[in-house]
Design a protein around this ligand. Structure first.
Ligand code: FAD
Length: 396
């Protein structure tokens, strides 16, 4: 049996690993020219069942060894004393089993774990799909029994098989910007946080000495047309969205956006599809059910979803694939439904809408360490939480 997977992010390599273990031949294509491993990208979370998937792949020690070490968050406010809280207190309501790691580092580990068995083709995309026959951008064709779009929020496979992205995307009312810069704040090992009505920013140290990463969230009532292929226009848009509302420290951070080589800006949107399989084609991870970048626990859903898909495909014949894909969708229906609540709830909690919510956030942070654990956990559960979305998902 041969599977062609588009996307070597998180879901793609996890799926490839388990398919290979079950005797499949696997080809993975990815638009990127390499795996972009290492310290790059942004911090992502593995919760509950997703941690278990990593453990079953024998990677848990490496992953926990490379976890981010952001043990505290400090809320900076103009003219007031900063408030520092242990991240464990803020995440207490999210999950009992949780690892935060840089996406690039995790992707690198997953790539290494599959390198010997998988035919990876970077710098290559699927241009055309005709049932099980794919025409690739390098001019070659591949006949596969199964074709999987694991190619993220802006999935090419989804567009080819299910139509335009706008038909499957729901804007959650905010934009997200991320980039690496020198450690201009000198805030030490803490995550420096700033809020204003409609805005939130964090600046945290990377694992590379002297470098930090900034992450901005900005609410907008309407979507703003922007060209993802034009970083200069995107940097301008972030500056316009943030303005000077977050104070002089953040203004300094924003000045460094211009020089950032890894600048990323996108709308915060969910992918909502009633079904994400057709014939021999299916979607996994953000491509099929992205809960919203930075607010929804998409990494856990991607890893757990890929594992469940591989489990349903174990021992199937070609004729059994459509049934296996239906069972995969059924198994994920509840977590995917839950995940759609999470993004808006997290966004509401971390990006205040008003001055009074800015004030209330500071008060909660000040009180948090002094509250009984049960109350603290309830306050930080974020409407069920990115971990709770996976509740009820028992790994086969
Ligand atoms: C700034 C930011 C912050 C985030 N923070 C968090 C967080 O705190 N916690 C969390 O859990 N999640 C977070 N996420 C979300 C998380 O990164 C995703 O949910 C997760 O990476 C999904 O994995 P995936 O494998 O489905 O897709 P991705 O990791 O996006 O991988 C998709 C892959 O497909 C490739 N690709 C794209 N288009 C094509 C194409 N047409 N053809 C071939 N290949 C293609 C890409 O190069 C990439 O390698 C964040 C995302 C962003 C952008």
């Amino acid at each position: 049996m041969h599977a062609l997977i588009s996307g070597a992010g998180i879901a793609g390599p996890v799926l490839a690993y388990w398919l290979c273990r079950n005797g499949w031949q696997v080809t993975v294509v990815d638009r990127a020219t390499d795996m972009r491993a290492g310290d790059g990208g942004h911090a992502v979370d593995l919760f509950g069942p997703a941690v278990e998937v990593i453990e079953r792949m024998g990677l848990l020690d490496r992953v926990t060894g490379a976890r981010t070490a952001n043990d505290t968050i400090t809320l900076f406010r103009e003219g007031r004393r900063p408030i520092t809280v242990a991240t464990a207190d803020l995440a207490g309501g999210i999950s009992g089993r949780h690892v935060e790691i840089m996406r690039g580092t995790l992707a690198g580990f997953l790539h290494e774990a599959t390198l010997d068995d998988v035919d990876y083709r970077f710098g290559t995309v699927i241009d055309r799909l005709d049932a099980g026959r794919a025409t690739l951008s390098d001019g070659t064709t591949i006949e596969a029994d199964l074709i999987v779009g694991a190619d993220g929020l802006h999935s090419g496979v989804r567009r080819l098989v299910f139509g335009a992205e706008r038909d499957h995307r729901r804007f959650l009312g905010a934009y997200l910007g991320v980039y690496t810069l020198p450690d201009v704040l000198g805030a030490g090992p803490t995550v420096a946080a700033f809020t204003a009505p409609g805005l939130a920013a964090t600046v945290y140290p990377t694992r590379t000495e002297g470098l930090s990463r900034a992450l901005f969230l900005a609410r907008t009532p309407e979507e703003i047309p922007h060209d993802r292929r034009d970083p200069r226009a995107q940097k301008r848009l972030l500056r316009e969205l943030v303005g000077d509302a977050l104070g002089p420290r953040v203004a300094t951070v924003l000045e460094h956006a211009g020089a950032a080589g890894d600048f990323y800006l996108d709308d915060i949107s969910q992918i909502r599809m009633d079904t994400w399989s057709r014939g021999p084609v299916t979607l996994v991870g953000d491509a099929g059910y992205g809960p919203g970048p930075a607010v929804g626990g998409g990494t856990s859903l991607a890893a757990a979803g890929a594992y469940v898909l591989a489990a349903r495909l174990r021992d199937v014949t070609v004729a059994g694939i459509p049934t296996a894909l239906r069972e995969y969708e059924d198994a994920l229906a509840a977590p995917v439904r839950n995940s759609r609540r999470i993004g808006p709830a997290v966004l509401n909690a971390i990006v205040p809408r008003s001055r009074s919510q800015v004030w209330a956030t500071a008060q909660v942070m000040r009180l948090l360490p002094h509250l009984p654990a049960a109350v603290r956990d309830r306050l930080t559960a974020f409407g069920g939480g990115p971990a709770a979305m996976l509740d009820g998902l028992t790994l086969p």
